[in-house]
Ligand binder design. Structure first.
Ligand SMILES: NC(=O)c1ccc[n+]([C@@H]2O[C@H](COP(=O)([O-])OP(=O)(O)OC[C@H]3O[C@@H](n4cnc5c(N)ncnc54)[C@H](O)[C@@H]3O)[C@@H](O)[C@H]2O)c1
Length: 320
């Protein structure tokens, strides 16, 4: 197939592109390289077409979608810190840009997979988080919730286009990590901790560190993405793609210090120091994987210890 991957030079996108090339597809990547990096595509660069451009350019999106049999839409402004620094640009990218992709896919009857996020659930105390659960968000004065809200609007748009005939499925990623994580960290606490451990800097744990996340190795993230993007049973549905390897952020910091044999101390930084006063965090984030297992046959296969070893090997910090 001819497959278009928006955001294909990014962390998850580049692994997805490699998997699709490996499966024998002709892949085009559309990416503006704002947070992505061409070096992520080096292993497949001779086998893909790379188009440097923006999903806000509706004509460009239209011409690329026209040539595709299937679209994976991953391009987005990503990461809480990034979104809080550039709220306006982030919201427009994540809503108008997605509208361009969905509209072109609808016009050309092209199937599309939309990448959404566990941030959708906000600060709900209900666990595990299941796809049809209520979303609980804070005030619009707190800019971190704009990411959740813009991705929710994307999901609504996708479902609305589906009522007009668009073949679409949606995945909500839960904290993916692995090789190609940008070392500046953007949305990834794992990338931040590894960089800090490598450089001998303090690992900065936000708040009391007892907040938990379920980290998902990127190979599992990509497998779930392809299943949701191709299975007929996935059409019109949304799926959590995550893991059940729950760990507190404080324990994660200790694990990374141990694995890297770093001399870095671990320090707690208040949310106010890091983000200003109007910040709210999600205490625990645990996905229900029932729907993904039942409909897609997806289960995560790589546990946190193994996934971290593979990630650290890519950073040349351990031998996996
Ligand atoms: N990494 C995670 O744990 C995670 C969690 C939840 C959701 N997601 C979603 O997964 C997708 C991929 O995220 P990622 O972690 O690989 O982040 P990433 O920043 O590495 O990838 C995003 C890519 O989109 C590109 N991009 C951004 N704005 C663009 C624009 N206007 N036009 C064209 N390209 C643009 C970037 O250059 C980058 O290559 C995003 O939609 C993100 O919201 C990721």
């Amino acid at each position: 197939m001819n497959i278009l991957v928006t955001g294909g030079a990014g962390f998850i996108g580049s692994h997805l592109v490699a998997a699709l090339v490996h499966d024998g597809h002709r892949v085009t990547v559309l990416d503006n390289l704002s947070t992505g990096n061409l070096s992520n595509l080096t292993p497949v660069s001779s086998e893909i077409t790379f188009v440097e451009g923006d999903i806000l350019n509706a004509d460009l999106v239209e011409s690329e979608v026209r040539r595709a049999d299937l679209v994976y839409h991953l391009a987005a402004a990503v990461g809480v810190g990034n979104i809080m620094t550039n709220p306006l640009e982030s919201i427009i990218t994540n809503t108008t840009g997605t509208e361009h992709v969905l509209r072109s896919c609808h016009r050309h009857s092209t199937r599309v997979l939309l990448a959404s996020t566990s941030e959708i659930y906000g600060k709900t105390p209900k666990l595990p988080m299941a796809e049809d659960d209520d979303r609980i968000l804070g005030s619009t004065a707190i800019s971190r919730w704009s990411y959740s809200t813009s991705k929710a609007l994307d999901e609504h748009l996708a479902f609305a286009f589906a009522t007009e005939g668009l073949r679409v499925s949606i995945v909500r990623y839960f904290n993916s990590y692995g090789p190609h994580l940008d070392e500046k960290g953007y949305g990834s606490v794992i990338a931040n901790f590894i960089r800090q451990a490598r450089d001998g800097d303090p690992l900065t744990v936000h708040g009391d560190g007892l907040q938990t996340r379920c980290f998902t190795f990127v190979a599992d993230t990509v497998r779930g993405t392809i299943l949701a993007g191709t299975k007929d049973e996935a059409l019109g549905s949304v799926f959590n793609i995550g893991s059940n390897f729950e760990i507190s952020i404080a324990d994660l910091a200790r694990l990374i210090v141990d694995k890297t044999k770093s001399s870095s101390p671990i320090t707690n930084v208040s949310y106010e120091q890091r983000y200003g006063t109007s910040f709210e965090d999600t205490r625990r984030r645990v996905p229900s994987l029932d729907r993904a297992r039942e409909v897609l046959g997806y289960t995560p296969t790589i546990n946190l210890a193994e996934g971290l070893d593979r990630t650290l090997a890519w950073w040349n910090l351990v031998h996996a």
